[in-house]
Design a protein around this ligand. Sequence first.
Ligand code: ADP
Length: 579
Amino acid sequence: MSKLLRHIGWYVKQEWKTYVLMFVLLVSIALFALIPGWLLGLSIDTIISGGLTYQSLLFLGGALVAFPVIRYGLSYLYNFTTVKKSQQLAHTMRKKYLGHLFNMDSSFYEKYQKGDLISRVTGDLDSIIQSATGLLEGLVFNIGFILITLTLMMVTISWQLTLISVIIMPIGLTILNLVREGKRQYFKKHRDIYAAFTEKMLESVEGQKAIRAYVQEDIDLKKQHQEITNDIESWRYIVKFENWFNPLFEVIYGIAYTLAFAFGTYFIIQQMMSLGGLITFVTYIGMLFGPFISISGIFAQLNQATIAIDRMEEVMNHQPIVHDSSSSQAIIDFQTIDFKGVTFQYPFDKQPVIKNISFSIQKGQTIGIVGPTGAGKSTLIRQLLREFNVSKGSVLIDNTPIERFKIEDIRQLVGYVPQSHILFKLPVEENIKIGKPNASDEVVKSAVKMADFEKDLPYLQSGLQTMMGETGVNLSGGQKQRLSIARALIKDPQILILDDSLSAVDMKTERTIVQHLKDLRKGKTNIIVTHRFSAIQEADLILVLEQGEISQRGNHDSLIREDGWYKRQYITQLTGLEG
Ligand code: ADP
């Protein structure tokens, strides 16, 4: 519980007035719940004593109806406030979590899977909110209710009968809770299984096209069923255990009732209490069952919440390796970028992907990077995005290590067009403007033209306003590439990186785009990772990357004269084209 309070203490402090109101409401609800039992006993004693008049009947009858109605109104107000506050708390915590995710670096996303991250912000967070809001009702209200009821039973009816019949309940409850505590690790297991289940569902929905194309539905369904079964099995174990709890407590409760009746009857015979007193007493015992069970429920909920908090805090306490410091420098332009002996290994890999890479880029140059698939071209060029720190060597911008600059500034310097294109559920224009949200219509138009996307607009239902995404149109691979290029060009970046981004466009379109870059990006730097040599024939420097190392460097003319991968590949492409 202390963990929960530490986790949401800031919220309780911020909302203390509401918590006070909720407390007052709960105390009032408790009192209004207890009065009818007392009235019932009073009515019976009045009837037995023969003191029932028309007026007292009217009063007792009216009160027996009025109190539950008032209690209902108060409960409604309480529930309304609780739900509203819990939604607010969930909203604030989700915002914090999602904001934190955006501050994380690529190593973090290598470690955590999407489904796991989603399950933390849904299932785990819900469990925390439930116990946070249920805590007041679950513990404060129920304990308060039990104490008030017991005091009333002791003071107004019989302290002896209260001790004899009720004492067994907290003892039984404590023993059952101690046993339950031992099962705590199953909640953790269940949360992990649930995360794996979410991940699988996500994979199946995202990959449904590939699954259908390769007729893998049955195999995928089997895997899904396995995850569902694991989830249900892990839950079933918890439920099975929880199911013991209530019947066992009911047995204890039955003993309490029997003791109350047996000793109550004896006390009536001994004239130590009235029949009305016994009826009120038994009614109160009946009313204690709910709060006792709720208290044990809140302990189970707290167990789950503690595990959920551990899972949330694990993510929230994660510090990115790549981050700014107070001494990070601003940068808006550069003259030279030097890769000096750069070696890079992905966080969970055993081998470096690029090894001992050295080369320089001068402002205004066009650099081509070629090589077989998997050689490390993307990995090399993505070092300019500051996703990870290099493992060895350094990347220098104007002789200063890239780590000394503000991450955001570096990313502003670069316009990166990745191999796979993410389109958001927005109109085409807004998708392009992600590169520069405040871009004018003129700038959008010129970026669209430069990326040779203009020719596609007449085929889109509403031109630039055509909606993308699930309910909108789907673009062809080449169109997506050109939209992505326009997105990068709109920010007129100092460095444009095309990471195999021309692979799905035809030769003529490629030539047009490359020509536009040459004409309209004078003085700016372009880095083109490609499989087609036609895109880089005029590059100032071409690097050939093989197995993570630079095997050749030069320009197109020098490289086709040199024996090596470039010449062999060039001939293959030429003969391929001619054939
Ligand atoms: P290229 O662009 O030349 O095709 P990449 O840079 O994409 O090559 O990949 C180089 C190698 O790095 C490949 O073996 C690939 O499997 C591996 N790799 C790429 N991305 C990751 C990653 N996020 N984590 C681990 N290994 C990766």
